[in-house]
Design a protein around this ligand. Structure first.
Ligand SMILES: Cc1cc2nc3c(=O)[nH]c(=O)nc-3n(C[C@H](O)[C@H](O)[C@H](O)COP(=O)(O)OP(=O)(O)OC[C@H]3O[C@@H](n4cnc5c(N)ncnc54)[C@H](O)[C@@H]3O)c2cc1C
Length: 376
């Protein structure tokens, strides 16, 4: 089978779906996803938070520019893509300088409250406080918990409302460009042709670039693990904030009537169907017991996913200097859900020639050309 369109998007995670939704009103869009379902890899395995405690200035600026979509979702969204869940970042006595740095990084983007031990105890009764425990905290009461399903389905509905097409079970296996047209041949030997190709292949983004003869940018997939377990008697998981150590050691919150925790691991990984490592599972449980009053008995569920970073930790959004009509939409790291509205808006603006959507960033900060410039 052969199909033509104006734009082919490779990858049906949140990056590809959001870009497809933003582009579909302007062009004929076909999205190819290797798996039988969209969101199978990183996008379906995240902690689903919207907050400013992770990342760098560019990530925070993309997050801020995405906020309105979560507060006022487009009409095509059937369900609200997020609800309020505050974040509490806490520090031991020996971590106060790090907390000051985090406050300075977050403050330009959101409003923060400083918390003493008493205020932290009210917000999170299971947190260990005082000597050896948390002595100071920062709260952002405007943080959100994302409903990943509602967000992704919202993008799918937007895309379909404009006539866009999603084809699952179609792995791009070969990509060639001839006379200005990209042709993707899938593992099933079907072909899809278009003048523009968007690389939203997550952990596989460098591989897809190489298939197309475009230089890889150095995307690094890093594994991150989550476990779930029962909450202690008397603790309502739904009332807990998202609680994070100021260093990248542990976060936890409520999850469907239980608790979830991550040791914030960053194990190097090849692009794959990521599976949790026993050491990371044990580390999550151990750190939970160190930092809280909770005894982690039965681990009810465990999973891992890949967070894929460019060398500078900034998403890669822009046309490849070495591939005519090849658009990067990759390197979303640990913030791909919360930044997806703004990342998609950037991709759409660059493709359609629309107004640049991010006040705090210029295109060169996000584009893949920054790696070529560094190499010179
Ligand atoms: C444990 C964990 C916690 C996280 N917490 C948060 C959080 O709280 N907030 C937040 O915003 N983000 C969070 N993230 C990050 C977020 O999940 C990612 O940034 C985001 O999902 C990346 O989306 P993506 O579409 O780029 O990648 P993916 O969802 O992996 O999608 C890429 C898709 O491309 C497809 N593909 C690859 N190669 C091909 C090919 N050749 N042909 C066709 N299709 C192909 C793959 O099958 C895959 O479905 C977390 C991630 C993890 C793992």
């Amino acid at each position: 089978m052969s199909r033509t369109s104006d734009i082919i998007i490779v990858g049906g995670g949140v990056a590809g779906l959001s870009a497809a939704a933003a582009l579909a009103p302007h062009a004929r869009v076909i999205l190819l996803e290797a798996e039988e379902q969209t969101g199978f890899h990183s996008s379906g395995r995240s902690a689903t938070m919207f907050h400013y405690a992770l990342g760098n200035r560019a990530v925070r600026a993309l997050t801020k520019a995405s906020r309105d979509t979560f507060d006022n979702p487009p009409a095509a969204f059937e369900a609200a893509p997020a609800h309020s869940v505050p974040i509490l970042v806490h520090a031991r006595g020996d971590e106060l300088e790090a907390l000051d740095r985090t406050e300075a990084d977050m403050a330009p983007f959101t409003s923060l409250e400083r918390l003493d031990e008493q205020a932290m105890a009210q917000m999170c009764p299971i947190l260990k406080l005082g000597d050896g425990g948390a002595v100071r905290g920062l709260a952002d009461l405007t943080a959100l918990r994302i409903d990943q399903h509602a967000l992704m389905q919202g993008y799918v509905r937007q895309l379909r409302a404009s006539g866009g097409l999603i084809v699952t079970g179609q792995r791009a296996a070969a990509i060639a460009q001839e006379r200005g047209t990209w042709t993707v041949t899938t593992a099933a030997k079907d072909t899809y042709s278009a003048p523009l190709l968007v690389n939203a292949a997550g952990a596989w983004a460098d591989e897809v670039a190489q298939l197309a003869g475009v230089a890889p940018v150095g995307i690094r997939p890093l594994r991150r693990t989550i476990i779930t377990f029962d909450a202690p008697a008397g603790v309502d998981p739904a009332r807990l904030p998202f609680v994070k150590t100021v260093g990248d050691e542990l976060y936890f919150s409520g999850e469907s009537g239980r608790l979830f925790a991550s040791p914030m691991d960053e194990g190097e990984s090849a692009p794959c169907d990521s599976q949790p490592d026993e050491v990371d599972i044990a580390t999550a449980a151990w750190r939970m017991e160190q930092r809280t009053s909770v005894a982690v008995r039965d681990i009810r569920a465990k999973w891992s996913g890949l967070r894929s970073f460019a060398p500078d930790g900034v998403p890669v959004l822009g046309f490849a200097p070495d591939g005519d009509g090849f658009m990067w939409c990759a390197g979303q790291g640990g913030s791909g859900l919360q930044t997806s509205p703004a990342a998609a808006a950037v991709v759409a603006a660059l493709i359609t020639g629309g107004e640049w959507p991010i006040a705090d960033l210029v295109p060169e900060e996000l584009g893949p050309g920054r790696f070529l410039r560094q190499a010179v």
